[in-house]
Ligand binder design. Sequence first.
Ligand code: MOS
Length: 732
Amino acid sequence: MSNVGQPLDRTDGLLKVTGQARYSAEFQVPRLAHAVLVQSTVPAGRITRVDTHVAQAMPGVLLVMTHENAPRLPNGGKPALEPPAGRALSLFQDDQVHYNGQPIALVVGDTLEHAQAAARMVRVEVAQQPARLDFETARADAHSPGKVQTQSADTTRGDVAVGMAQAAQRIEAVYGTPMETHNPMEPHATIAVWEGDSLTLYDSTQYVSGVRRTVAKTLGLSPDKLRVVCPFVGGGFGCKGSVWSHVVLAAMAARQAGRPVKLVLERPQMFGPVGGRPRTEQRIALGAASDGRFTAISHDSLTTTSMIEDWTEPCAIVTRMLYDTPNQRTTHRLARLNIGTPTFMRAPGEATGTFALEVALDEMAYALGIDPVELRLRNDAAQDPEKRIPWSSKSLAACYRAGAERFGWARRNPQPGSMREGNTRIGWGMATATYPANRSAAGATARYLPDGTTQVESGSQDLGTGTYTVMTQVAADAMGMPVDRVHFSLGDTRMPEAPVSGGSQSVASVSPAVQAAGAQARDALIAAAIADASSPLHGLAASDITVADGILTARSGAREPVAAVVARHGRPIEATAKVQPGEEKQKYSMHSFGAVFAEVHVDVDLGVVRVSRIVGSYGVGRLLNAKTGRSQLMGGIVWGMGMALFEESLFDTRYGRIVNNNLAEYHVPVNADVPDIDILVLDEADSHINPLGAKGIGEIGITGVPAAIANAVYHATGRRVRELPITLDKLI
Ligand code: MOS
């Protein structure tokens, strides 16, 4: 019987609910000192004077680090690696201020309170320079990033003008999404501990190996002098996918203070110096023949970035692959502002891009008088229209049908405002969900111990997603052990290297490594039994022996517990595997797909929107754990509701501050906002994607949801909202 696929409870659940799971800020280190960041209060300028005398003389203050006394870094602290692996950081190497909120000093005290008190007394004078805070001005001066991720910023296929001329119906509109900010429960946190010239970082990160590489390069250390530890992450969502200034500053301060230093960002400090989703402005032009077939699509995306780094939200990439059309154009442009550099935020590109594209499709469905599901079915791409290669698997048509069936879509009267209850209008909308199925190289070690248990490890991360649990299941199957005798560890650069827990790729990358290491260790275990004269399996053929439930069994019926074999062996039996994707990546286009159906209730007097029902139906390959998998998808859908209705980092265009930099004013969905969420995961076999047949599910859940809700709001009210979030002022 397979453990993979079972709805196993989280193996780390007990540790979490009893407070024993140790997060980065909770490591106990002797002589630990506490650091507090001081941030710029102006958006642009040059620091002319720093007065730290008062702060330095305060009780318990160990160090006040500014650009005047910070250690000089190799290369002037410039990005050690190409972005986004190496970000443009603020490491106190110069006097320039690039955005409001930029770290400009760090105070270290013997207690947090001493550091906080002294941080308020650091006086910094800045000669202000003109700041660019206005989106209209920045737009007028937009530039091309050249590339977005690994793809070119612009693509053309056929001729959009010709396709639009052929169209029976045309839609052209601009769609917008605001700056948004990640709000994981656990803020960024780093503890830096030097022992001689070796550094250990306890850091809340999605990528322990990436932190090691980037920090080592930035400080001019050999990577083998740096260890990064992160057994638990209280939410990442992309903001912990790259190294930000505070991580390096903690290491610099610990060296300078001669003591271990802990730096935990306060909630307001999460808004600016550690990324966020940029504002997007997306122009979509869509042409269709009267039968609904698209004759042309263009998607031109403009997003904001900082003065110090180009970071592009790849909004239009999804349009390159989602629907088949002979004529297409996509572009990405960047508008610079004096803001913190944006970054990956759950489904970067797809979350924002599907909002624009899928609302445009709804507009087209109304223009043509074709049902929105039917319109999508008619334009379903049989192969990847951009790469001209087959899909590794695609269940999108089945997702539309299964989701529509579950939702009751067939009963929908398309007329806006056709469903009412008193002064409440009810609307039904839908949209397509999609996200790439990524995979990278990963390693793992699997080990049978003499006590009959196993240890399996990979230098991956668990962001709260269920990595511990799923890898335990994969290892149990590969090693022939019950899950309760598998101990899976992660989050340490001493373990075999694994990729960033981002891009929804952990399961697809790390599972094959765990499976391979487990299988190799199992083969070594069988070989040890065969070679052992005391074993009842001695001298048998390896191909005749299986391992299941902790017991080796031969075809002859001879059997012996795993523990007995390893105990006589006298030492652990282990194997390390490193695996990577092969040429299947070139042969097949790999994506997850889904369909989202939403029901909203809109109060026509007050403009309040309540989501009353959501059905999400997905084809994501093989689901390794039905319970944690459902939670992942549900979490994404809940965030999609936040994106549709609540989330917006409000930017003050006079001073460049995010003014709602707290959880009271930056609204995210709470339980009272979240309705029954019905999630269907279709059976989908994908033999090309990876040995487990699993596509990632970390990000697809958010995609399509904002559009489905916006489309439902239109159906309820006849009001087409193209600018998120859909707040009540846009409806009354
Ligand atoms: Mo995710 S935004 O790729 O960490």
